[in-house]
Design a protein around this ligand. Structure first.
Ligand SMILES: NC(=O)c1ccc[n+]([C@@H]2O[C@H](COP(=O)([O-])OP(=O)(O)OC[C@H]3O[C@@H](n4cnc5c(N)ncnc54)[C@H](OP(=O)(O)O)[C@@H]3O)[C@@H](O)[C@H]2O)c1
Length: 484
């Protein structure tokens, strides 16, 4: 069909119905450019494949974006996942998320542990629980996907422990977690292919240097500088951590097999990126939705962004040679900055981070102790006040009862004096039907209750049978009489 058509075009020119060739050429070029752009921005796919049955994966940030896509792929290959998330284990979102992940992957070995990465205390609580286990728990993979990024124009915030939030969540949390987990990592058998994946971002290239006292960037803080600085610090630490692991002399004299792998997943359409692009505003979200085609064209979807992480998990070549490699687009690349490998910078960063954690933890522990003491005192005061209130109530009840008893006695004496039999003080002011409820201390009122009445129609209801009794209304002798 195309060949006769082309022969026809060659001899007789284009048919009348054929559109303008220039227009066709332009449209084809535009479509080709779009396809090429999309193909380029989607990045490379992972080609390394491996089953992960029986492998234990500890993962932060597995509930959103690239982390969620990675969690899905790992679970689909049979790995046992422990998601470290700030959500409580009973949080309906988390329960539904894990149920859904289990159902979609057919893997029931997906669990969650509550760890708030903005809290040193929360990290310590989890990590010490983990390393307290004897024998040491199996660990095959640690994926540190959690991160935070303040939208442009956002204000600098600090955690409850007084640390700048971006620095804390993106860098210090990982430093603290891996620092405490170090014995559990070093205790793995020598032939275990343990990998620690540290996602980074190319923004580290533009980061201010770390060779400064102002690590938190208090003086020149902007969201993007803070993010870039935290990612650079994470990379410097990751390299230093690999050296820390390599320097360990195993009791069996065998080599350490744990590898740190830095991974740049590339720019992706994740909730974090969306928050950044929309500046966290509704108007921004509207603009994002209108221009969604651009975001679709230029940014990866989370599954494609997870490809480099999957490559870093499964590729066999990464096991050879030294650890601390950087993976981007499913291949090893060089770091764009020299200070990432600078030992002096790493030493300074490590020491200052240690000091910061020590100070923050001490202060937070002191605050917690003071708060606990204050709470105990409040509880004590409250229970004392409740006891006092109960005593006062009891005394008042007793006084009331005594007064009432005395009034009843006076009334009786008055009746006797007046020689009246039927009219009592209670008749002029009839007591409530069940007076015993008011003064349960005295049973005199109960005794003075009127006789029970039985319903008149003998077969109409159980009352009439004589099994159920009814109080006759006080003073209504007429009705009581008729029933009886
Ligand atoms: N997206 C990109 O374009 C891009 C580019 C380069 C590098 N990266 C890197 O890739 C990784 C994943 O990025 P993403 O865009 O997928 O992230 P994201 O969608 O913003 O998700 C961030 C994750 O971190 C968790 N998280 C945040 N603060 C936490 C805290 N205080 N405690 C515990 N968990 C906390 C979040 O948990 P919740 O579910 O509770 O919010 C969420 O699961 C990050 O390291 C990022 O730097 C991303």
């Amino acid at each position: 069909m195309p060949i006769p058509f082309l022969i026809n075009v060659f001899h007789e020119g284009l048919p009348a119905w054929f559109p303008d060739p220039w227009l066709v050429a332009k449209c084809t070029t535009a479509a080709g450019a779009l396809v090429l752009t999309k193909w380029y921005s989607s990045g490379r796919s992972n080609t390394a494949e491996r089953k992960l049955y029986g492998r234990v994966v500890l993962m932060t940030g597995g509930t959103s974006g690239i982390g969620a896509a990675t969690a899905f792929e790992l679970a689909a290959r049979g790995a046992q996942l422990i998601l470290l998330t700030r959500h409580a284990q009973t949080d309906p979102f988390l329960v539904e998320y894990i149920d859904d992940l289990r159902a979609r992957t057919g893997n029931n070995l997906i669990y969650a542990e509550q760890v708030d990465l903005s809290s040193l205390h929360s990290i310590r609580q989890f990590a010490t629980r983990w390393i307290d286990n004897a024998p040491p728990r199996r660990l095959d993979l640690i994926v540190l996907c959690a991160a935070t990024l303040t939208p442009p124009g956002g204000a600098r915030t600090t955690t409850a422990e007084g640390i700048e939030t971006t620095w804390m969540v993106n860098y210090l949390a990982n430093f603290h977690l891996l620092g405490i987990l170090s014995p559990a990592i070093r205790a793995q058998p020598f032939d275990r292919d343990l990998r620690i994946l540290v996602p980074t971002c190319s923004s580290y290239i533009a980061s201010p240097t770390l060779d400064t006292e102002d690590l938190h960037g208090d003086q020149a803080w902007t969201p993007s500088r803070a993010y870039a600085r935290s990612k650079l610090a994470l990379m410097v630490f990751a390299k230093a951590y690999q050296k820390h692991l390599d320097a360990y002399k195993r009791p069996d004299q065998l080599p350490m097999n744990a590898r740190v792998v830095l991974v740049d997943p590339g720019l992706a359409r994740t909730p974090g990126m969306r928050r950044w692009l929309t500046r966290g505003s509704l108007f921004g979200l509207l603009v994002y939705m209108v221009l969604y085609a651009l975001a679709w064209l230029l940014l990866k979807d989370p599954t494609m962004a997870a490809q480099s992480l999957l490559y870093a998990t499964m590729d066999g070549n990464l096991l050879r040679g030294a650890g601390g490699k950087l993976v981007k687009e499913c291949m090893e690349v060089d770091c764009a900055r020299k200070d990432v490998d600078d030992e002096a910078v790493a030493k300074k960063l490590w020491e200052s981070s240690d000091k910061l954690i020590e100070r923050a933890e001490k202060e937070a522990a002191l605050k917690r102790a003071i708060a606990k003491k204050a709470q105990e005192k409040r509880d004590e005061d409250a229970s004392r006040a409740a006891q006092q209130a109960a005593q006062v109530e009891e005394i008042e009840a007793l006084l009331g009862a005594v007064k009432k008893g005395r009034a009843a006695k006076d009334a009786k004496e008055g009746q006797k004096k007046n020689g009246k039999k039927t009219k009592s003080a209670g008749d002029s002011n009839p007591p409530p039907r069940n007076a015993s409820q008011i003064h349960p201390v005295f049973f005199t009122d109960k005794l003075r209750r009127p006789p029970f009445a039985v319903a008149s129609a003998p077969h109409s209801n159980p009352i009439a049978q004589g099994y159920v009794y009814q109080d006759a209304p006080r003073g209504s002798e007429k009705s009581a009489g008729s029933r009886l």
